[in-house]
Design a protein around this ligand. Sequence first.
Ligand SMILES: NC(=O)c1ccc[n+]([C@@H]2O[C@H](COP(=O)([O-])OP(=O)(O)OC[C@H]3O[C@@H](n4cnc5c(N)ncnc54)[C@H](O)[C@@H]3O)[C@@H](O)[C@H]2O)c1
Length: 340
Amino acid sequence: MKVLVCGGAGYIGSHTCVRLLEHGHDVVIFDSLVNSSMHVVEHINELSGARARFVHGDIRDEAALKAVLASGVDAVVHFAGLKVVGESLEQPLYYFDNNIVGTISLLRAMQSVGVKRLVFSSSANVYGNPDGVPIAEDAALRVTNPYGRTKLVMEQLIGELCKADPGFSAILLRYFNPAGAHPSGQIGEDAHGAPSNLVPYVAQVAAGLRDHLQIFGNDYPTRDGTGVRDYIHVMDLADAHMKALDAMDRVGCIAMNLGTGRGYSVLEVVAAFERASGHTVPYEFVERRAGDVAEAWADPSLAQQVLGWRAQHGLRRMCEDAWRWQAAHPHGYERMIAVA
Ligand SMILES: NC(=O)c1ccc[n+]([C@@H]2O[C@H](COP(=O)([O-])OP(=O)(O)OC[C@H]3O[C@@H](n4cnc5c(N)ncnc54)[C@H](O)[C@@H]3O)[C@@H](O)[C@H]2O)c1
């Protein structure tokens, strides 16, 4: 297949592009580089031994998308978006414009060129504060922040388009907590500024770039009082996208969870990272953060049934791979040192 990967230079997109190229797909990366860099594209090509075409552009530029889609694209994988919950609370319009307006522009371009297969990056954020765990796809959707709202609205827009055009297929993948890196250590999560996700933050503390981790709340009704989440290896996510593209023509329009089905507390992640890195991760407990839930983990059985996908890697592997990336790239892609 010829696959257009919007946001393909980002964290999850880059790992997926490597997999797609390794499997012989023709890949076009379309990215504004608002949260990534050209270094990533070089690594994608190096790791896969193939060449992705790169187009620098914003998905809100419908004409640019149409031109790329008209070059014989069979399917689109759509990662392009802003993803930081805290930032979305401060700048909701920036998030609505980039994520929702951008997705409408992409859908219009796809419709006008007649490309009808879409794999979309959604998030467990659409469940907000769940009634219970594990969370299945039929759980109530009640978002608690502007970022989550963009995901929910985009899911609904895509769902309506599928209803209006039965020839359109879309698989909406609700990721739980992506973590880890490519086993080579060459690509990983390049957090600009302070990481918003736990594992890259812990990695920076282990590397001595930050003096300690703040743990938001130790009085949750969980086994050690800290929040519990379902961490999923980024290479497992990449495999799920491959399988979604394979399943596309037989499943129509469907949303599904991507998680391991197992939750780990913040303290368990810290302990696993200390073992993987051989470094201590100092931490302090601070007040709970507004909007955080005590525990969230997936029921991933639908993805297994429909895609034949199941997560292969556990927390230890996520920490080892994240550490290899962190140790080789203490300051992200811009200033690299040789992999130890
Ligand atoms: N990483 C997570 O914790 C997580 C969890 C659930 C869902 N998601 C979703 O998965 C997707 C990928 O996440 P990621 O972690 O790889 O993020 P990322 O920021 O690393 O990658 C997103 C990529 O999209 C690009 N981009 C953003 N807006 C764009 C636009 N308007 N036009 C073109 N390119 C644009 C960025 O430059 C970046 O390369 C996002 O949609 C995100 O919301 C991420």
